[in-house]
Design a protein around this ligand. Sequence first.
Ligand code: SF4
Length: 355
Amino acid sequence: MSAESELLDKIRDISRPVRIMHICGTHERTISKYSMRDVLPEEIEVLSGPGCPVCVTPEQEIDRAIALAESGVILTSFGDMMRVPGSNGSLMEARSRGADVRMVYSIDDAIAIAEKEPESKVVFFAIGFETTAPTNAAAVLRKPPGNFSLLLSHKLTIPAMNELIDEIEVDAFIAPGHVCTIIGIHPFDQFAEKGFPVIAAGFEADELLLSILMVLEQQRSGNHTVENAYPRAVKNEGNRRAQEMMEKVFEVIDSDWRGIGTIKDSGMKLRPEFAMYDAAVIYEDLINEKVKDISYENSASSLCRCAEILKGKEKPSDCPLFTKKCNPANPVGSCMVSQEGMCYNWYRYRGVEDA
Ligand code: SF4
């Protein structure tokens, strides 16, 4: 019998009604790829939270990146991010209009462009959670060339979870394994103290099933705590060196999340001593001038249900555009762009006909 079958048997034995939310695009990918929702008992509902970095980057921040790209800087970005719609198209569309937008695989690629083209201004659109932020902090500490800067749109996991527990019905959390490798498991203690089991989980199917079983066992025992189900990668205290670098380079600020709105203390900016690398400071007037007339009230994607999907309130199939006007080749909303997006994964793994 496979490890997955054994775990499923145990889950079925002690199954009880529970709504478990994960906060991780990679978890969603595994769950969708292996059709885990279809094999779990009906009483167990697995919700997808705002854990896909591309999905949660708001239109406003994409518009700011486009404003820079259309002002003559070289705007570098991860490939997925280039396809996410802002209020008036994506970075890819800005490139087709003549802006110099280049796909990179890392911040080091962007710095290499700046070194190779010293006459140009190069901006790296830095998105992602605690997982990617330390790499960007390390790059800043290495003192990149003066023609290089970062447009930051980092997000922090814990404040988003705090925002959600007041708004949605959820009983337990599966914590994102790669975020836990950086911040450890103790920042999640506050949720256990409020009665939510929290399990830090890896990304294989058996690791996710184990985390669901651990939630059920906590429910049965009534002892709600934070457990590390991913010890091969996660130390309980996290990666202290990465935490120190983030602390040194970034300060915490309120941040906008796509579909969710502003969440207190959920983002980061460069500390004033690194302002020479902060595109938001260097190009502040230029950006503000370009975006000042944009309204975000009636955007072209007003039918898009990403906002509700990112909060675990709806499924992709609840969206009237799903598989019709919106698909991976022609994404209307951010959740259909990335391999970590809920809509993308539903489209890819559930099949159009039974979506
Ligand atoms: S299917 Fe497309 S339009 Fe609908 S919620 Fe998903 S990303 Fe948005």
